[in-house]
Ligand binder design. Structure first.
Ligand code: FMN
Length: 174
C-alpha cells in the first residue's frame, strides 16, 4: 500500500471478530515494531506477545476504562521499555515501536488499538496499570510499561482520515 494511503487508513479499531491471526502475520507486525528507530540506537523497547485468551481477558482490566477490547482481541503486544538503560527516551522508543506495529497491522487489514498504561490506573482498587500488568506478565522492575496494543480482524468499519487541521502547522515562527 502507498504510504499516504496507509496513514489515512490507520484508525483505532476496538471491535474484533473471532478470527485468528496467523503466526506469520503476528511475526510481520512484531518485526515492524523491532524495525523502529530508537534513541542512541539503544533499542530499549521490548515486546511481550500475548495470544492466550485467559491472559487477554485478565489484561482487559489493566485500565479503569479504555482497555476492555483486550477481551476479544486475537492477540496483544505489551510494549515495555528498559527505563534504566534509556532513562531519557524509553517512552519515545516504545511509542515508535507501537506506531510501527499499528501501521504494519493496517497494511495487513488487521485492526488495532493503542492502550496507554503509563501513568494510568487499573480496575483493581489502588493498583496502577503497570503494576497490574506486571503481576500477570512478570516483567522485571527495571522495565516500565508504556502501552498494550490490541489486535484483531476488524468488526467495525471506520472512515479514512481526511480532516487535517492545517492551523497546527507554523512556518518559521509560531
Ligand atoms: C498515546 C495514545 C494513547 C491512547 N490510549 C488509548 C486507550 O487507552 N484506550 C483507547 O481505547 N484508545 C487509546 N488511544 C487511541 C486514541 O483514542 C485514538 O488514536 C484517537 O481517538 C484517534 O482515533 P484514530 O486512531 O482512529 O485516528 C490512544 C492513542 C494514543 C496515540
Amino acid at each position: 500500500m502507498d504510504f499516504t494511503k496507509l496513514i489515512e487508513k490507520r484508525r483505532s479499531i476496538r471491535k474484533y471478530t473471532d478470527e485468528n491471526i496467523s503466526d506469520e502475520n503476528i511475526e510481520k507486525i512484531v518485526r515492524a515494531g523491532l524495525l523502529a528507530p530508537s534513541s542512541r540506537n539503544l533499542k530499549s523497547a521490548e515486546l511481550i506477545v500475548i495470544k492466550d485468551k485467559d491472559t487477554l481477558k485478565k489484561l482487559a482490566d489493566v485500565k479503569a476504562s479504555g482497555s476492555q477490547m483486550l477481551d476479544g482481541a486475537a492477540f496483544a503486544v505489551a510494549v515495555i521499555g528498559d527505563s534504566e538503560k534509556a532513562v531519557d527516551a524509553w517512552i519515545e522508543d516504545c511509542s515508535l515501536a507501537l506506531i510501527y506495529m499499528q501501521l504494519a497491522a493496517t497494511e495487513l487489514g488487521i485492526g488495532s488499538c493503542w492502550i496507554q498504561c503509563r501513568k494510568r490506573a487499573s480496575k483493581k482498587e489502588g493498583l496502577g496499570s503497570e503494576a497490574f500488568a506486571r503481576e500477570i506478565l512478570g516483567f522485571p522492575e527495571n522495565y516500565s510499561l508504556e502501552a498494550i496494543m490490541s489486535f484483531g480482524m476488524p468488526a467495525e468499519e471506520k472512515t479514512e482520515i481526511t480532516d487535517i487541521d492545517d492551523s497546527k502547522v507554523h512556518f518559521e515562527k509560531y
